[in-house]
Design a protein around this ligand. Structure first.
Ligand SMILES: NC(=O)c1ccc[n+]([C@@H]2O[C@H](COP(=O)([O-])OP(=O)(O)OC[C@H]3O[C@@H](n4cnc5c(N)ncnc54)[C@H](OP(=O)(O)O)[C@@H]3O)[C@@H](O)[C@H]2O)c1
Length: 229
């Protein structure tokens, strides 16, 4: 059984991945910005006895440092899932403010970087040695329709981050991948999205199991279909 760390685990795809991994017998370190308000996650922790809920804001260096101090376990699989989307519009979208850019880039790009760096010793001494980043098909420059600028740019950078981490961590035997979870019915994806959190989480976990040093650097969706950078 593995130890899996999942960021942004209090709702959406992160919560579903936490549920599935705890149900299959893994130990899960599940993070939330506000653990005291994470009702569904706390219930899951009480039900299964396999989930440790810890505070983490991925944009805040002090929070990342405190989380790293509290997290002494070896981590077989680090799932960098926490993310935000601001708005879908084009250049004229008033939601694309400098503050929105800061929040989206800090959360979706700097966040995975800061947490991966802080957790590297924990991943290094595990048997599993894997780091995965939730990017999006909206990252793909080959499929750029001209909108949702901060989110698309942030997820392109997240895929780039995964690719660079794969290269730097190759000599240490740590495999890294970037993933599109599908268009999923969550607060972010909306009620009209294609698939449930269960289908997405199940598919993603299968792809994380399949990740190896031979496939490190991959960018693919929850069914294993390659996504063009
Ligand atoms: N849903 C989709 O269709 C879709 C498609 C492509 C990619 N994705 C990606 O998949 C991942 C999960 O998406 P989702 O649909 O499950 O989103 P969601 O339902 O909106 O949940 C986002 C999670 O990220 C957490 N989070 C946000 N900012 C954070 C921060 N600064 N520090 C720590 N946690 C933070 C949230 O915590 P709070 O509750 O505290 O806000 C929440 O737990 C994201 O990276 C997203 O970009 C989703």
């Amino acid at each position: 059984m593995a130890t899996i760390l999942i960021t942004g685990a209090n709702r959406g795809i992160g919560l579903a991945m936490t549920r599935l991994t705890a149900q299959r017998g893994d130990t899960v370190i599940a993070t939330a910005r506000m653990p005291d308000n994470a009702d569904a996650l706390n219930e899951l922790a009480a039900e299964t006895g396999r989930v440790a809920v810890r505070a983490l804001d991925v944009t805040d260096e002090a929070s990342v440092a405190a989380f790293a101090d509290a997290t002494t376990e070896a981590v077989d699989l680090l799932v960098l899932n926490a993310g935000v989307l601001n708005a879908y519009g084009g250049l004229g979208d008033p939601a694309h403010t400098a503050e929105a850019w800061r929040e989206v880039l800090m959360t979706n790009v700097a966040g995975p970087f800061l947490v991966a760096r802080a957790m590297l010793p924990n991943v290094d001494r595990s048997a599993g040695k894997k780091i995965v980043i939730l990017s999006s098909i909206m990252a793909s420059s080959e499929r750029a329709p001209g909108n949702a600028y901060p989110y698309r740019a942030s997820k392109a950078a997240a895929a780039n981050l995964a690719r660079n981490l794969a290269a730097e961590l190759q000599p240490r035997g740590i495999a890294v991948g970037a993933y599109h979870p599908g268009w999923v019915r969550t607060d972010m994806g909306g009620g009209g999205a294609d698939i449930s959190v269960e289908e997405s989480a199940g598919g993603l976990l299968g792809r994380f199991d399949a990740l190896s040093m031979a496939t490190s650097g991959v960018f693919e969706d929850y069914r294993g279909q390659a996504i063009p950078f």
